[in-house]
Every structure is written in structure tokens, then in C-alpha cells.
Design a protein around this ligand. Structure first.
Ligand code: SAM
Length: 537
């Protein structure tokens, strides 16, 4: 049987967190969770005697950077001025070993040091990789990572794998049922369930059946759901798509020790002959952390793939699914009335349907995802412009108010159609935001109290249902889940404030100066929920 390469423990205080370990028990918890959605509990994975995960043992707490550096140099790569630093809550990272100027090459990794896959690999591995749907690119690379891990010291990547963490803290795929419940945000909760369900099915229906077959690339070792989960989390939190979306992703040893910032001082760039380099983007003083941008990612992506979030993330947004019922609920909540003072009934007259179709909010090519927030540096860009246009269309009393104006015009926030139409549209949007806020089981204030460790009195907790979710947070995963949902509520609160400002400017007859719109282009696809490794990034 091949010798297993142990992976390193999570760093610093993180190493104390036993729930990072990939154990069958932890998966049993997750599986029980989605088992409620139809997966029989009898299908829960058991700890196979020869399984990769049950045999793995940590090699030590600290990634051995000198060892990795020596390995890179043996493979004709270079490390010039990058070394290890403990960054506390964000784990291990890289720092500048000396003062460096912009453009300085800190690390050069030749292609031989990229853990990826291609035509020269074991055909049995490649045929297994082919069984993974093409949009699940992370899972394809995860199979190569497992393959290399099982080759033990014979693997070209043994040094790298020995220095990988044994678990990725904060990735919700490994959360307990309570921590998952605390997320309370379906676009992410459902994506987590989808990942778990795929992992479960693939492990049961493909991996479990491999040992003893001619197509087994793993030498008879049972690769269970835990091993696959570990590999997938390593890939989703560390892989790069250096050769574009049509080529396999790659893991870049040592470069993948760099942590994330939206204001990075380092960048990864391609070099000749398939090599890549980590370069200084700015002047960096000795001792400063080397920070890369993982992309302009929402907290959904950061949370699901990397296990952390950024507070007040300018790229974070709240996803809503458009239908006329959503606007109708908004109208009811905001008490929008018709000409005779009765609650406004939104009707989908043919001319309204035609305009919603032009906006791609209805019809065969509809894309009904809307986003509040996520406009990056334009902090006023909170209201999705297609939502605004739809509200204007739905409150128009007559066809002539909206038909023939063109989609751009209907979407322009600084060009209301009429004061009356705009007032009603903005009130509906405020109502929609209020509905979105009410879909959470707790308020922002309750979340902030939970995060501050304040155990609320039953009266402050409100209803019984809320009291249930107001239990003190038991661990870092639960804390992260509440932090994540609190950030969503902050976006909704800011959107409400923006709508209130627009309304008062309108009623005071002030001309708006800002565009104040989400940056979605006409008819463009809104940013999807995270699907890294389960779709394109
Ligand atoms: C590419 S690895 C970077 C090296 C990693 N810190 C380690 O100890 O191996 C990405 C992981 O680092 C952590 N991380 C990176 N940037 C972070 C940040 N800005 N805040 C918190 N955690 C971060 C997360 O755990 C993430 O999954």
C-alpha cells in the first residue's frame, strides 16, 4: 500500500481547533444535515480501514518554508526575498525578507513545480478526472492532489503536500448543523448543500467502487468523502487559474502561502516557458506581509472557498430572485396605494411583461438574479438598476409612461420618469429590502449582540424562533456564520438608507447628482452565488 504523506496542522491558535480535522464524525454531522433534504442516513460514510483520511497524521504545525524553498531551487525555481510570517487569525502567510521595489521578483516557479494535470498523467487518473463535470474544475484538480498524496515520497510534490494544512478553517462544507443553520442565507446555504451532496454522491458512486478495478489510479486505497473534502478545500482555497478558464487550474507551492487583500502589494504574473512569478506590485519594506488579491470577490466566494470574509467588503452583495410577487410584497409592506387609496395591486399587463422581458427579468432568456450592493468603490451603487426599472414599470399607471423609453432610460436612477412614479417605485424598493431583512431569523442588532458575546434576555430575543437562534456562539465557525449574515444585513440597511435619501431628495425637488446604481450592465448576468470548483470563477 502506498505510504501516505501527512499534511500539516492548521497554524497557531487554529491548530487547537479540533473541528478543523477531517473526521468521519464531522462529515456525519454535515450529511445528517443534508440528509434531511432526501439523502438516506444509511448512506453515511464509514471510516474505511484503508482510507486516506483515517490514516493521515499531521507532520507538524509550521509550514517548512526553508524545505519548500530548497525544493523549488532544486527544480530550477527561485525564492528571492519572501519568507514565512504568522498572521494570527489569517493563519500563516508570506512576508518580505528585505526591502523590495515594485517589480521585484520574489518567487519564480517553473512549470515542474505547478501541481496540475495534463496529457502526460496516468491515464487512469485522467479517466477519473473526466468523470467530473467540466464546471467542477476544482474537484478535477482535487483528484490529482489525492493521487500525488498517495504516491508518498515518490511524488514530485511530496514536499509541497507535506506542508499543506490538514484542514481549511472556516470553510462551511465542514460546519456542524448549527453553524450551517446560523448562516441563514439561502444562496450560500444551498450552495454548501450542493457541494456536500456532490461530494457524497461522487464518493459513494465513483470513488468507493474503484479499489480492485483496473481503472483504479489510487493503488487499492479507498478515497473516502473526507479525503475528497480535504482535497477540494485545499484546491478551492489555494489553486490559481494561471492559464485561463479553459485550462486546468494549478496549485502553486509557496506562492499559495500569500494571504488576501483588496489592496495587494504583490501579484502573480506568467513568465516564459509556463513558469509563473510572484512579483512586488508596490514598494515593500522588510517584514511587511506579501498580500495578493484573490479577486474582487463577494463574501459568498470568500466564505465558501477560503473560509473567511472581509468586513464592509465593497464587492459583497445581497442576492434576490426577481418575480412580480417580490415587488407585490414590497408594495404591501411599504403600504403603497393606488389612485383611490386601496393597496396597490400589481398586474402583469402585456406591455409590462414585454418591458420586463426586455430587461431579461421575464421570458425564455430571463436572468432573474438581482444584487443589492457589490458595486466596488462606488459606495452609492446599492440598488440593482433592473430592480428599479421593474418597479417603475410595475407602478406606471399607463403604458405611455414607460413604453418606448428604452431600457437604459428606465434603468437610469438620476432620471425619474415622474415624481409620482418614482415615489411609488422607491417605496416598493424600500418594501422589498424590508422583506429581505425580515427573511432573516434575527435582526442586525441581535447579531451584533451575539458577536459581542452578549446573551440577550428572552424579551430582547423576541419570538421563540428568534430565541432559539440567540443561543451563545459556541465556536469560531458559528461566529463566522453570524458575522457573514450580519454583513448581508448591513448591506440591506445601507440600501434602505440610500432609498430614503433618494426619496427625500425627490420630495424636496432636488436634482440627483449621482448615478447610485449597481454596476450591472444592460442585460448582463448578475454576479452568481459562489460556485468555485463547482463552476467558473
Ligand atoms: C492561499 S491560502 C494562504 C495561506 C494560509 N494562510 C495558510 O496558513 O496556509 C488561503 C487561506 O489563508 C487564509 N486567509 C488568506 N487571506 C486571509 C484574510 N485576508 N483574512 C483571513 N484569512 C485569510 C484563509 O484561511 C484562506 O483559506
Amino acid at each position: 500500500m502506498p505510504r501516505l504523506i501527512p499534511a500539516r496542522q492548521p497554524p497557531g491558535q487554529l491548530a487547537m481547533r479540533s473541528h478543523f480535522l477531517i473526521t468521519t464524525r464531522r462529515w456525519a454531522v454535515s450529511l445528517t444535515n443534508y440528509g434531511r433534504a432526501g439523502v438516506s442516513r444509511t448512506h453515511r460514510p464509514s471510516a474505511a480501514v484503508s482510507s486516506l483520511s483515517s490514516a493521515a497524521a499531521p507532520s507538524g504545525d509550521v509550514p517548512d518554508v526553508p524545505e519548500l524553498t530548497a525544493w523549488i531551487q532544486r527544480n530550477a525555481g527561485r525564492v528571492d526575498g519572501a519568507t514565512l510570517v504568522n498572521l494570527g487569525a489569517s493563519g500563516w502567510g508570506l512576508k518580505a525578507a528585505q526591502d523590495v521595489q515594485p517589480g521585484h521578483r520574489l518567487i519564480m516557479l517553473p512549470a515542474a513545480c505547478h501541481l496540475t494535470y495534463g496529457v502526460n498523467d496516468d491515464p487512469r487518473l485522467l479517466s477519473l478526472v473526466d468523470k467530473v463535470p467540466s464546471d467542477l474544475w476544482g474537484a478535477k484538480l482535487a483528484l490529482q492532489l489525492i493521487y500525488q498524496r498517495l504516491r508518498g515520497p515518490n511524488s514530485q510534490f511530496a514536499t509541497y503536500i507535506t506542508n499543506l494544512p490538514r484542514g481549511v478553517p472556516g470553510v462551511p462544507m465542514f460546519f456542524s448543523k448549527r453553524a450551517l443553520d446560523l448562516i441563514d442565507y439561502p444562496p450560500v446555504s444551498q450552495q454548501v448543500q450542493k457541494r456536500c451532496r456532490w461530494l457524497f454522491t461522487f464518493s459513494q458512486q465513483v470513488l468507493a467502487k474503484l479499489p480492485g478495478t483496473p481503472g483504479d489510479p489510487f493503488g487499492g486505497v479507498t478515497v473516502d468523502i473526507n479525503a475528497m473534502g480535504w482535497a477540494l478545500a485545499c484546491v478551492s482555497s489555494r489553486a490559481f487559474r494561471t492559464r485561463g478558464p479553459s485550462h486546468p487550474a494549478a496549485m502553486l507551492p509557496l506562492i499559495d502561502m500569500a494571504n488576501h487583500s483588496f489592496a495587494p502589494n504583490a501579484e502573480v504574473l506568467p513568465l516564459d516557458s509556463g513558469a509563473v512569478g510572484l512579483f512586488a506590485k508596490t514598494k515593500i519594506a522588510a517584514g511587511e506581509p506579501l498580500l495578493l488579491s484573490y479577486g474582487k470577490l463577494s463574501n459568498d466566494f470568500l466564505f465558501m472557498d477560503y473560509g473567511f470574509i472581509v468586513l464592509d467588503n465593497p464587492y459583497d452583495s445581497v442576492q434576490l430572485r426577481f418575480d412580480v410577487g417580490l415587488l407585490q410584497a414590497g408594495a404591501l409592506v411599504a403600504n403603497v396605494t393606488d389612485a383611490v387609496g386601496a393597496p396597490l395591486e400589481l398586474s402583469l399587463a402585456p406591455w409590462r411583461l414585454a418591458l420586463l422581458t426586455e430587461l431579461r427579468l421575464a421570458g425564455p432568456s430571463a436572468d432573474t438574479e438581482l444584487n443589492l450592493g457589490g458595486g466596488g468603490s462606488d459606495s452609492s451603487a446599492l440598488v440593482d438598476r433592473r430592480l428599479l426599472a421593474a418597479a417603475r414599470i410595475m407602478v406606471a399607471r399607463q403604458e405611455g409612461e414607460v413604453v418606448g423609453r428604452g431600457v437604459e432610460r428606465l434603468c437610469a436612477i438620476d432620471r425619474p420618469l415622474s415624481k409620482e412614479n418614482e415615489m411609488a417605485a422607491l417605496r416598493i424598493i424600500a418594501g422589498v429590502v424590508a422583506v429581505a431583512l425580515s427573511n432573516f431569523r434575527t435582526t442586525l442588532d441581535q447579531d451584533l449582540a451575539l458577536l459581542a458575546g452578549e446573551v440577550p434576555t428572552p424579551a430582547a430575543a423576541g419570538s421563540d424562533a428568534a430565541a432559539d437562534v440567540m443561543l451563545p456562539l459556541a465556536n469560531d465557525d458559528e461566529f463566522l456564520a453570524v458575522r457573514f449574515r450580519a454583513e448581508k444585513k448591513k448591506i440591506l440597511s445601507r440600501t434602505l438608507q440610500q432609498v430614503a435619501d433618494l426619496t427625500s431628495a425627490l420630495s424636496n425637488g432636488e436634482v440627483r447628482q449621482t448615478t447610485g446604481l449597481a454596476s450591472t450592465k444592460k442585460g448582463s448576468k448578475p454576479v452568481p452565488a459562489t460556485n468555485k470548483g463547482f463552476g467558473k470563477k
